[in-house]
Design a protein around this ligand. Structure first.
Ligand code: PEP
Length: 246
């Protein structure tokens, strides 16, 4: 089933007020391709200025806390992101699972908070290189979904991003057959967990997506978009990826 494609940029801890100039060309490309969703996730601090500069683009956060408010120094609640104009939030990125020791239960709680606040949660799942070499990629991803997907999620409130950890920022990607195999496993698991809604939850691929490989990756069955790190930082790299999805 062809779902509306999502091209998402994750700026991670990169960018500056000056870097928001990149949004101008990205907004033009997004405006020319109304049939897809183009999302940029800058650091929290840049979101208000990003929204002001490119009001027709879609913006998101890169994380949120599971609580709506409270004594959590340095954290940001999903409702706070919503209030400043975010529509999405990434949760469970492998860098946070590694650096902040986030578990599947943490990720599920964050996704639930995001949905409760009116955001679309992008839940990231993916295997390490050792897990893939051991033949365990499918089961690792399946277990991530079991633990991280909120039972109340629907195709409107949830996106899954398959991000093999060994492909992030390395220039390496799985074969198209491997992407197809894992996306099919994710689709089956989503139907198992969410019923009919699971047929329509978008599943995006992330990990060294570039202008050169975007069209091939986007042509794979059940690849409903891409989550792009490094190549989302500049319009000259990100716009061709947007065009590949259109
Ligand atoms: C990411 O961190 O989500 C990512 C996919 O990074 P990159 O595109 O740089 O591999």
């Amino acid at each position: 089933m062809a779902l509306r494609k999502l091209v998402a940029g994750n700026w991670k801890m990169n960018g500056s007020l000056a870097a928001l100039a990149e949004l101008d060309a990205i907004a033009v490309a997004a405006g020319a391709h109304a049939g897809i969703d183009v999302l940029v996730c800058p650091p929290f601090t840049l979101i208000p200025a990003a929204v002001a500069r490119a009001p027709d683009l879609i913006f998101g956060g890169q994380d949120c806390h599971h609580a709506a408010r409270g004594a959590h120094t340095g954290c940001v609640a999903a409702g706070m992101l919503k209030e400043i104009g975010a529509a999405y939030v990434i949760v469970g990125h492998s860098e946070r699972r590694a650096d902040q020791h986030e578990t599947d239960a943490d990720v599920q709680a964050k996704a639930r908070a995001a949905i409760a606040a009116g955001l679309i949660a992008i839940v990231c799942v993916g295997e390490t290189e050792a897990q893939r070499d051991a033949g365990h990629a499918g089961i690792v991803v399946s277990n991530h979904l079991d633990g991280s997907v909120p039972p109340e999620a629907t195709e409107v409130t949830l996106v899954i991003s398959y991000e093999p950890i060994w492909a992030i920022g390395t220039g390496r990607t799985p074969s198209l057959a491997d992407v197809a195999e894992i996306h099919a496993i994710i689709r089956a698991k989503l139907i198992d967990l969410l019923g009919r809604a699971g047929e329509r939850v978008r599943i995006v691929y992330g990990g060294s997506v570039k202008p050169e490989n975007a069209a091939d990756i986007l042509s794979v069955a059940d690849v409903d978009g891409v989550l792009v790190g490094g190549a989302s930082l500049t319009a000259d790299q990100f716009v061709p990826i947007v065009e590949a999805a259109a």
